[in-house]
Design a protein around this ligand. Sequence first.
Ligand SMILES: Nc1ncnc2c1ncn2[C@@H]1O[C@H](COP(=O)(O)OP(=O)(O)OP(=O)(O)O)[C@@H](O)[C@H]1O
Ligand SMILES: [Mg+2]
Length: 72
Amino acid sequence: MSSAEQGNLPVPLTGFAGRRREIDGIRSLLDTRRLVTLTGMGGVGKTRLALEVSADARESFPDGVWLVDLAP
Ligand SMILES: Nc1ncnc2c1ncn2[C@@H]1O[C@H](COP(=O)(O)OP(=O)(O)OP(=O)(O)O)[C@@H](O)[C@H]1O
Ligand SMILES: [Mg+2]
């Protein structure tokens, strides 16, 4: 199994729009930080943005990228 296949990220059913600047900012934070937190109003797109960046980051993490939903 290649690294890009490891993990449990859900495949989004809809296309992703915009957030170019936020994606670039989160990517550079992930290069140097062990924890990055996204904050914002309810429903503004935090989870979707995190999943978008996480899917792109899979190549950089040999053990895969995993979603751990703490909400329940
Ligand atoms: N950039 C985007 N492109 C397309 N759809 C988006 C985008 N951002 C958010 N959405 C959609 O809007 C809805 C709400 O987004 P999301 O669940 O990420 O918000 P949230 O900030 O995590 O909400 P909550 O505060 O309730 O956790 C979802 O259906 C998500 O797929
Ligand atoms: Mg959310």
